[in-house]
Design a protein around this ligand. Structure first.
Ligand code: FES
Length: 145
């Protein structure tokens, strides 16, 4: 049912954790299942993503897609990171079963929410970036999960 790559990223997820004083943090909820994802980005002065970490209350497919997505955005500019769509992530993982496609949206939206947070904090506009509709970052500062 799952590709070898999905199983690998599920069993050995890369980039789990958080980044202290991150440049951008985004938290999103999956409207379909209620699962939650938080993404942390460390972005340097040139707008290049130096590090990316995630934490999730999500299923195995959410873990695997976030692991791959965080790997893919590292080293990219914020603009290039927008091309790391859930489709691109699924392709990199050799596919997901159709019922699990919605899980891959968590990583994409989490990255977008973190980029949104970064842009807001720095008063910049990232062309083509929209605030994800499942962004639940508002007032999350003190919240732990
Ligand atoms: Fe919720 Fe996969 S079932 S993210």
């Amino acid at each position: 049912m799952y590709s070898e790559k999905v199983m690998d990223h599920f069993q050995n997820p890369r980039n789990v954790g958080e980044i202290e004083n991150a440049s951008g943090v985004g938290t999103v909820g999956n409207a379909k299942c209620g699962d939650i994802m938080r993404i942390y980005l460390d972005i340097d002065d040139n707008g290049v993503i130096q590090d990316c970490k995630f934490k999730t209350f999500g299923c195995g497919a959410a873990v695997a897609t976030s692991s791959m997505a965080t790997e893919l955005v590292k080293g990219k500019t914020v603009q290039e990171a927008l091309l790391v769509t859930n489709k691109a992530v699924m392709e990199a993982l050799d596919g997901l079963p159709p019922v699990k496609v919605h899980c891959s949206l968590l990583a994409e939206e989490g990255i977008h929410a973190a980029l949104w947070d970064y842009a807001e904090k720095n008063g910049i506009v990232i062309e083509g970036l929209k605030k994800p509709k499942n962004d639940i970052s508002e007032g999350e500062e003190e919240e732990e999960y």
